[in-house]
Ligand binder design. Sequence first.
Ligand code: P6P
Length: 346
Amino acid sequence: MLKNVRTGSSTLAGFILAEQRHFPTATGDLSLILEQIAFAAKIISWEVNKAGIANIVGATHSSNVHGETQQKLDVFANTKMITALDHLGLLCGMASEEAEGIIPIPDKYPKGKYIIVFDPLDGSSNIDVNVNIGTIFAMFKKPSGTVGEAVPQDFLQCGRSLVAAGYIVYGSSTMLVYTTGRGVNGFTLDPSVGEFILSHPDMTIPETGHIYSVNEANFSKWDSITQAYVEELKNNTETPYIARYIGSLVADFHRNLLKGGVFLYPADTKNPKGKLRLMYEAIPLAYICEQAGGRAIDGKRDILDIIPDAIHQRTPLIIGSKRDVERYLQITEDNRAEKKKGSKKT
Ligand code: P6P
């Protein structure tokens, strides 16, 4: 339980240092990386909030590794994250949605023991219509524990090995939410002083919610389990659910974290492995969600138990209030039992 914090008067830097005291072997490396991420977030927030004026909105003429047209802010945010971190001597490699391979630490800088994966600006297709977007990050230690350049295999760790995860949501205000394994805390940027201030201490997601977030235009592409699950949410007479879907993962997740509910981007016939990215979208949000008392699965397994095969691997994602997510597993189990019973009769 979080003690001795004063909401509204604790800066992110002060909070990070106070938290560090709970890790006796801490050297301060992770704390500095987190503060540099916050520094990059402030710069990205500034650009996002003036995008329409500075003509930084809109697409570049380039596309990322996935063939998606890169928005100018995508490229800007990616660059800011890299340059805020690459010279610290605390990281041995980075991976980003905006880069095909791993991003090496330049030779002129020392290497450290941490690895970071991030989506510099998720939901960027919403930039032009002024809808909330976000940055997502997750951090691991280099598996062998030695320093030196990270190799691709070093990135392919399951979420249970995470040392930190967080996101920044750029909306009506800019919020940074993160965990290092001792609960989840949220900080709101006060632009008048340029500081992230503790505004949401010890965030917990309600055990069950009344919000479901999914793109129902894909209904006909889902499997029968997913269709039955969403139909049940819509027709739940005990606690009527409402539909809220922004089409920006960080914004949809953040609302459900605060209010309770479930977000799902299931596999479908168009995206049989799911649309969202495992390493730098699902795993960090799953870590945060579990730390806040929720749950995150790919439809069968906990997201945090999945060992990635590739940095840009996609996954189905069902994430949010524990009981809402577990209902999906229950429907899956019931369906399996029905089929088994049916097969015995024939
Ligand atoms: P759809 C944004 O492009 C994104 O990657 C996530 O932020 C968001 O949750 C999802 O895709 C929206 O996808 O197919 O519903 O537009």
